[in-house]
Design a protein around this ligand. Structure first.
Ligand code: AMP
Length: 366
């Protein structure tokens, strides 16, 4: 039986391990917490992500190692790579961990990005503001997620406050994009280089955190889908990527701007468990294990709502058979992703009707 090692035991690791059972694959995760979400469905090696004893144990146990979050230390990925196959390659991590490298890569493959400038001191922020202006957003180059590590500037006078707010660390100043909507494209690339793409997803955020995904995104022209796929394909080729890669995009008219990428399964792809012919989790495992990729077609119209901050009471989402509740078994904390609900419908009208009820219930819960 193939044994897949997963660095990280969060909900993404949990859903990877769940998908593995249908492929006859077993998973083992590495996580500092013994009671991580993935520990409910897979064996856990308890250790820090830079603990060489724990990394050694993982590489000895596994036939192939992957990761479920992009802030895995690159040194750990390289340590693993000397001992076992690691997919996606550490290069994908390196680029995704640094907003400047990421945006430069997007530009290189022809995917436009918002005007930006790297900033590593208060003086450089002043210089960058002369070029980029306001409104703009200052983001830490590294370790930002769910809207953390970034602050908006309505005017250039807010520079002092913004520099303090990001913690005076290397950052990037970006022009604020007046986008019509946010989209994401999930691609999966196999070991042979064959790639497949899910339909574009429309994403709505609240307080910087993904709240709702609609899939397939409404009103996407074949040209827009093809453009997004062309860019994602070029990014994956450049990195030699194997596995799922998600690119977050801003749509402005019929143009796309690249915002960021995740070299892993992604929250905006959770709908694929019930709403696509093959889930992103299964396809990620297929890709890294050298199996044939499954179809990425949508099998219905889906909507996904994240449950943030607290676990809902039993029965809260008993809204019928089109509603699928996934709970991650985490302790409640404000802003924490506790679970998600996916709604599937045979047509967009049914999906929207049920999604409306589910969103209302989620809003009432907080
Ligand atoms: P990020 O961490 O880069 O994904 O940013 C989190 C969210 O902030 C995005 O999903 C957008 O809703 C918003 N955002 C980030 N950067 C920009 C930008 N340059 N212009 C407009 N909105 C942005």
């Amino acid at each position: 039986m193939t044994l897949v090692g997963i660095v990280g035991g969060g909900q993404l690791g949990m859903m990877l391990a769940e998908a593995a059972t249908g492929l006859g694959i077993e998973c083992v995760t590495l996580d500092p917490a013994p009671d991580s979400p993935a520990s409910r469905v897979a064996r856990t090696i308890v250790g820090d992500y830079d603990d060489e004893t724990a990394l050694g144990e993982l590489s000895a146990a596994a036939d192939v190692v992957t990761y479920e979050f992009e802030n895995v230390p690159v040194a750990s990925a390289r340590f693993l790579e000397e001992r076992v196959q690691v997919f996606p390659p550490p290069e994908s991590l390196e680029f995704a961990q640094d907003r400047v490298l990421e945006k430069t890569l997007f530009e290189e493959v022809g995917l436009a990005v918002a005007p930006f400038s790297p900033v590593s001191s208060r003086d450089e922020l002043a210089e960058a503001l002369e070029v980029i202006g306001a409104p703009s957003v200052l983001k830490t180059r590294r370790l930002g997620y769910d809207g953390k590590g970034q602050i908006r500037l309505a005017s250039v006078d807010e520079a002092d406050n913004a520099w303090r707010a990001v913690g005076e660390v290397p950052s990037i100043l970006e022009s604020l994009v007046p986008f019509e909507r946010e989209l994401s494209l999930l691609g999966v690339r196999g070991r042979t280089g064959r790639a497949a793409f899910y339909p574009l997803v429309e994403n709505r955020h609240r307080d910087g955190i993904l709240r709702v995904s609609i899939a397939p995104a409404p009103a996407v022209t074949p040209e827009l889908q093809a453009t997004a796929e062309r860019h994602a394909s070029a990014v994956m080729e450049r990195l030699g990527h194997v596995g799922v890669l998600a690119i977050e995009l801003f749509q402005v008219g019929e143009d796309l701007l690249g915002n960021e990428m995740a070299p892993r399964v992604h929250n905006s792809g959770h709908w694929t468990i019930e709403g696509a012919e093959t889930s992103q989790f299964e396809n990620h495992l297929r890709a890294i294990c050298g199996l044939e990729l499954g179809s990425t077609s949508a099998s219905s119209y889906s909507g996904m709502v994240n449950l943030i901050g607290s676990t809902p009471p039993d029965g809260a989402f008993d809204h019928g058979p089109r509603v699928h509740l996934h709970l991650y078994g985490k302790a409640s904390r404000p802003g924490r992703k506790m679970g998600h609900v996916t709604v599937v419908g045979a047509d967009p009208i049914t999906r929207d009707r049920v999604l409306g009820r589910v969103t209302q219930t989620a809003d009432n819960l907080g």
